[in-house]
Design a binder for this molecule. Structure first.
Ligand code: SAH
Length: 212
């Protein structure tokens, strides 16, 4: 299940789907995805699919984790990255291996607590977690040179755009049950943003408020 061959196969699949960044592919190969999933499902950990993690949420599909990370890093190395929707902590862990510091917010406390234990187990110390509504971003830690959302709002939240540094990149799925698009928003100047539509995606919705 956790054999090198199984992980190599996953990475070959990611390459076939167009992921090219070698640092991203290496981190995807090394990351033990099975520890982010309940034992009953862990035999499926290296399939390229989203899986349930409880509370109606899912661990993201490896392809989309790799692709979003690649888009985020396409402008050069990043120091401060905000993640909205820690979930299992899998995407958080991938980011932690590739950027300076990760700030990750999650609205469901029990998911956040499990993620914290996993990140500790992996000895990833450049991560700070917060239990809050990430639609508001994390004002106290802004500005960020990258923001990645793992849940989909109907529209790009202004708060997130405003917490980008000039030149910063926001990767976010946008849309409702009718269909979502992955968008890349770049802050070109104080009051100027460019938006690019990247591909069709399917994420859980960004919901407001928190669950204890
Ligand atoms: N990348 C994560 C994906 C988790 S699913 C992984 O691989 O495990 C998306 C997560 O976003 C869920 O845990 C959900 O609770 C969280 N979420 C939804 N709306 C949110 C909000 N407003 N603030 C913070 N987290 C939110």
């Amino acid at each position: 299940m956790t054999s090198q061959r199984t992980r190599d196969r996953l990475v070959s699949r990611l390459r076939e789907q167009g992921v090219e960044n070698e640092s991203v592919l290496n981190v995807m190969r090394d990351m033990p995805r099975h520890i982010f999933i309940d034992e009953a499902l862990s035999h499926r950990a290296y399939e390229d699919t989203a899986l349930p993690i409880g509370y109606n949420q899912t661990i993201s599909q490896p392809y989309i984790v790799a692709k979003m990370t690649e888009y985020l890093l396409a402008g050069g190395p990043l120091q401060r990255v905000l993640e909205v929707g820690t979930g299992s902590g899998y995407q958080t862990a991938i980011l932690a291996r590739l950027v300076g510091q990760v700030y990750s917010v999650e609205r469901i406390r029990p998911l956040q607590e499990k993620a914290r234990q996993r990140l500790q187990l992996l000895k990833l110390r450049n991560v700070q977690l917060k239990h809050s509504d990430g639609g508001m971003g994390w004002p106290g830690k802004a500005p960020f040179d990258g923001i990645l959302a793992a849940c989909a709002p109907e529209q790009v939240p202004e708060e997130l755009k405003q917490q980008l540094q000039i030149g910063g990149r926001l990767i976010i799925p946008v849309g409702g049950t009718q269909g979502q698009q992955l968008k890349l928003v770049i802050r070109d100047a104080e009051n100027s943003y460019t938006t690019q539509v990247l591909e069709g995606v399917k994420f859980v919705p960004l919901l407001s408020g928190v669950i204890r």
